[in-house]
Design a protein around this ligand. Structure first.
Ligand code: EPZ
Length: 429
């Protein structure tokens, strides 16, 4: 086990490259199952979740070759995913439980082979995260879905149909979108998620020959085609990573140029809230310059919402910033039922936060104090890193395997911009 040790109080300054988006790369990789033609993905981030999913795809019959793209901090890798044939339609529990997004192989397997046997992913730290919306959607387009021994078995010829999501689901939208591309008919998806990662997936599917309209809206229409051909596609930049580092610059009183194409476009929903808190963004040819424009961090109220609202994946990071605000802030989490696990750890660093149900009230304090803290989930762990960068003294963040799932080369990126941060062996935690 390793920990991250941060000596706080150092201003961040310089250029910080933003990696390819984890939450786009994962569904894009699953799209590689839809074609025997070979899908080449550029700007894939070097993350634990990407490795985990690649192992699963190989179990199912994909052959994946990698090449580096001018290896420096932030530049991704290229993966060529060739799935000549599917050797297994089963995604086993021991693989799915490690990474919930593995459920995204269900739609492609069902569409390509007429069958998919995928372990129920189970819950995770932030909530029980059911997949009922995924399963109902597959039934809406012709599949027969059975649950047995902790596995979902979906089978049948996909005919297309009308899918109406009662609540917005990113994963369910992605799963049904991929399956609908090969259905024998037209599928309409109503109340579809509109996150930029959905549009990234849709544009990649278009490049593979899919027929999709309404991209970027809550209503997608897919005309099924007999097969999809190979394609080459570049993963969009990670808007959550970018928002996290913008907060790092603000909390340390520094200035960063976040390097990534299309960043302003994909950061809708985040930029607005961070600008309300006093952060200024200036577009450059390479991305965005970001720094705290006001003398203090402005206390704001934020409610997490599906895109284009304020993203739940930025909630923990915003809360870290609000611990130092001038005044107070009220943050409401509407997407997941247990996404405040960073609160007790931030309070160990002196933060003044009270939680009442889905709402946290943060009263600004003058300074955070470094302390040993425990990461509990991906975004909570980033929240603790941000607090450590701003705190007086030394902070140790334990269980950083959570961080490695979603932040590529975090220590190198922050060190190169002036942070005093290192990975060390954890003492027995
Ligand atoms: C995706 O998860 C992201 N993961 C999450 O990012 C992100 O927080 C979430 O979307 C919301 O934006 C990936 O893209 C790999 P949902 P997903 O289906 O698809 C409920 C991170 O930190 N729901 O939009 O699982 C669900 O319980 C991760 O990078 C059902 O009830 O999220 C939740 O309350 C964390 N039934 C809400 O909908 C279902 O069948 C939104 O979930 C599916 C979801």
């Amino acid at each position: 086990m390793e920990k991250i040790v941060i000596e706080g109080g150092h201003r961040l300054q310089g250029q910080l490259p933003i990696s390819g988006a984890k939450n786009s790369a994962l569904p894009l990789m699953c799209a590689g199952l839809l074609t025997r033609g070979g899908l080449t993905l550029h700007n894939l981030p070097h993350l634990a979740d990407i490795k985990t999913l690649a192992n699963l795809l190989c179990e199912l019959g994909s052959v994946i070759n990698y090449s580096e793209e001018g290896w420096d901090i932030g530049s991704g890798q290229t993966a060529n995913i060739v799935t000549d044939s599917i050797s297994s339609t089963t995604a086993p529990y021991e693989m799915v439980r490690k990474m919930r997004a593995s459920i995204l192989v269900l739609g492609p397997l069902l569409a390509r082979e007429g069958e998919a046997i995928v372990s129920l992913p189970g819950g995770c730290a932030i909530g029980n995260r059911p997949i009922d919306l995924h399963l109902k959607a597959f039934e809406d387009i012709g599949a027969v879905v059975e649950l047995k021994d902790g596995y979902v078995r979906a089978s049948g010829k996909l005919t297309g149909g009308i899918v109406h999501f009662p609540t917005v689901s990113v994963g369910a939208t992605e799963n049904i979108l991929m399956a609908a591309c090969l259905a024998d008919g037209t599928t309409v998806i109503e109340n579809a998620a509109q996150e930029p990662e959905i549009s990234d997936l849709a544009h990649c599917l278009l490049a593979m020959g899919a027929k999709i309209s309404g991209i970027g809206s809550s209503r997608l229409e897919v005309i099924g085609v007999p097969e999809l051909h190979g394609a080459e596609y570049t993963v969009m930049p990670d808007r959550i990573e970018a928002g996290s580092y913008a907060i790092a610059a603000a909390m340390t009183g520094g200035e960063l140029e976040l390097i990534g194409q299309k960043l302003p476009l994909v950061m809708t929903g985040t930029l607005g809230i961070l600008e309300q808190a006093g952060i200024k963004f200036t577009e450059t040819d390479h991305g965005l310059i970001t720094h705290l424009d006001s003398d203090n961090i402005i206390g704001i109220n934020a409610v997490t919402q599906p895109y284009p609202g304020f993203p739940t994946d930025m909630q923990a990071q915003l809360m870290a910033m609000m611990t130092l605000c001038d005044g107070a802030s009220v943050i409401t989490e509407t997407i997941f039922e247990n996404r405040f696990m960073h609160v007790p750890e931030l309070c160990r660093m002196g933060a003044d936060i009270t939680v009442n149900g889905a709402t946290a009230t943060v009263r600004g304090i003058k300074r955070l104090l470094g302390a040993p803290v425990m990461a509990t989930d991906l975004r909570a762990s980033m929240s603790l890193v941000l607090a450590g960068l701003a705190a007086e003294g030394t902070t140790e963040v334990n269980r950083i395997y959570h961080l490695d799932r979603g932040y590529e080369r975090l220590v190198q990126k922050l060190s190169s911009c002036g942070a005093k941060i290192s990975r060390q062996k954890a003492d027995g935690i």
